[in-house]
Design a protein around this ligand. Structure first.
Ligand code: BDR
Ligand code: CA
Length: 313
């Protein structure tokens, strides 16, 4: 089968990094480019981190575009307490030699989607939705070119991770999330309800170290740093690894289960700003606009990542 053309929109982030490595290691994907947004850390760092990850994967030819430096309406909120000062604390990765593309990510998204066949490209979103929303606002005609958007974001039964009500990616730019969720594009959402059901284990992180390649060593160093925050926060033995759910879902959909629902984003109330209101029981009568994932085969998920990272340098 021909590889699936994807664009990864991201704010790396250690869990973004594992998701990007998983994509770059998988022949089922044709990664057309990586568009970067401000989120976990400011844009200058997220775009640099994206290039470091491509080079780690031995794929310096991957096109990386810098996009929006701040959310649509609100001030940028970052998450250094989770990801460290650089956003990618843990391993010592060299400064990237590969260049950042000159074109703005939003312009490239519009140009690339316009040139695609209807339903030709899948968007994998791992961060705040600012770039994707800006592209949809600039050029609403691109909606028909998107096969689907598979996103990590939101939380409902599990609550939020940055406020009691909101998950980070949606909280950072709730207005962008609203634009995306009301675009009419097919969407699959991986909220905290699913990512919190697949926690990393010490054995699994050690097994990455034991792969014997540089990617395994760097991934383990990233995750050693990254999971300490969630382990303290949730009092569990291991933290969730959110973003790779997006790629794993496209590679092996049978690892996941969910339901078509209506999802709306709170953009009015400061108390619940960025909350994803999932009509799980269909009580509102509002039409479904999103496939919401809530179940995962954790063992299958972690073995998929392990096996794919083994293929990288
Ligand atoms: C999301 O927020 C970020 O910190 C992670 O990279 C992930 O995309 C989880 O809420
Ligand atoms: Ca992310």
């Amino acid at each position: 089968m021909a590889p699936r053309p994807i664009i990864i929109d991201t704010d790396p982030g250690q869990d973004d990094a594992i998701a990007i490595l998983l994509a770059l290691a998988s022949p089922e994907f044709d990664v057309l480019g990586i568009t970067v947004v401000a989120g976990n850390v400011p844009l200058k760092l997220t775009e640099m981190n994206a290039r470091k990850i491509c080079e780690l994967a031995g794929k310096p030819e991957t096109k990386v575009f810098a996009g929006c430096a701040r959310p649509m309406m609100r001030s940028l909120v970052t998450a250094e307490e989770v990801h460290g000062k650089t956003g990618l604390d843990g391993p010592e990765l060299p400064d990237p030699a590969m260049a950042l593309q000159d074109q703005h990510a939003v312009d490239w998204l519009v140009e690339t989607l316009r040139a695609a066949a209807p339903g030709g490209i899948t968007l994998c979103t791992l961060g705040p939705l600012t770039n994707v929303a800006a592209a949809l606002v600039k050029a609403p005609d691109i909606a028909g070119k998107i096969a689907e958007i598979v996103m990590m974001g939101g939380g409902f039964f599990e609550g939020g991770n940055v406020t009691p009500a909101a998950e980070f990616n949606i909280y950072v730019d709730p207005h962008a999330a609203h634009v995306v969720l009301s675009s009419g594009v097919k969407i699959t959402m991986h909220p905290l309800d699913v990512t919190h059901k697949a926690l990393m284990t010490r054995t699994w992180i050690d097994s990455l170290k034991a792969l014997g390649n540089r990617t395994g060593a760097a991934a383990a160093a990233m995750l050693d740093f990254y999971e300490r925050f969630d382990m303290e926060k949730y009092g569990e033995d291991g933290g969730p690894l959110h973003d790779p759910c997006v790629m794993a879902f496209l590679l092996q959909p049978d690892l996941f289960q969910g339901k078509d629902c209506n999802v709306q984003v709170e953009t009015g109330s400061e108390l619940t700003m960025g909350m994803t209101v999932v009509d799980w029981w269909g009580v509102s009568g509002r039409p479904a606009n999103c496939h919401v994932i809530n179940q995962i085969d954790a063992a299958g998920f972690y073995s998929l990542i392990h096996d794919r990272l083994a293929r990288l340098p």
